[in-house]
Design a binder for this molecule. Sequence first.
Ligand SMILES: [Zn+2]
Length: 285
Amino acid sequence: MQNLFQIKQEMCDIGRRIWLRGYCAGNEGNHSVRVAEDRVFCTPTGVSKGFLTPDQITVVDMDGHQIDTHNKMKRTSEVLLHLQIYKARPDIRAVVHSHPPHATAFAMANIPIPEGVHPEAEVFLGKVPLAKYTTPSYKELGESVVALINKDTNTVMLGNHGSVCFDATLLAAYYKLEILDAYCRILLLTRQLGRINQLTRQEMIDLLKVKEQFGLSDRRLSCAAQGCIGADNEPFLATFDIRPQTACACQEDGGVEKDPAAISEEKFEAMVRQLTDQIMAGARG
Ligand SMILES: [Zn+2]
C-alpha cells in the first residue's frame, strides 16, 4: 500500500513517461489520483508533465476547491473533468488526460476509433466513445464525457482535443493511454497500406469471451452476434482509397457480403483490355 508521498512520486514518474513519449507538449495534459472519499491529488497548471516534483502536486476536494492553499502551484483547470468521472464511477481511482498525437488525429478528423480489428485494443480498451467538442475546462466537457461512460468504459476521446483514460490505479490508466496511441498509430499505418482485415463476428465473440475470462466484462458480447461491433467504423473506412466493407457486413464464415454495385473481375478485366486497346490505337494513329 502506497503512502500519500509515494502516490505523489508516482504521479511525477507517470508525468515523465507521458512527456517522454510525446503525449503532452509544453504544459499540456493533467492526471489525478483519488486518495479518499473527498480528496483528489492532481497535477498543477503551468508545469510540464516531464518536470513535476512531489511538492507541486495539488490537493482538491470533490467540488474542485484546492485544499493545500500553501502550495505555490494552482490545480489544473481541467480537474472538473476528472471529478465528474470519479463521481460517475466510484471504482475509478485515477484519471489521465492527454493529447496523444496519433489518437488525437482521429479526434481532429471527428473519426471514432474503429473496433473489431485489433485484439489488444479490444481487450484493454474495448469500445472507445468520441465526445463532441467542448471548450476545455468548461464543465460541459465532463458532462459530455460522463454521458458516454458505462461500467466497461475506460477511455473516451474528446472531439478536437485529446483523450481521457481512467482506471483503478494510475499505472493502469496510463497503460490505457499507451495502448490507445499505439493502436491509433497502427491504424494510420494500416491505412497507408490501403486495406484492412476486420475480425468476423464469430472471431469477435470468441475474443470477448476470452476477455470475460480475464475478468473484464464487455457489454458488446451480448450484441456481437447481431453485428453491433464495427457499426461506427464507417468514417475510418471511408478514408481508404478503396473503401473496405464495414465489419458489420462480415459473415459468420468470415466472408463479406457482396456489394451488388461492385463490378465482377471479368468485367473489370474487359474494361482494362478495352482501355488498353484504345490507348494502343491512339499511339499508332
Ligand atoms: Zn487537454
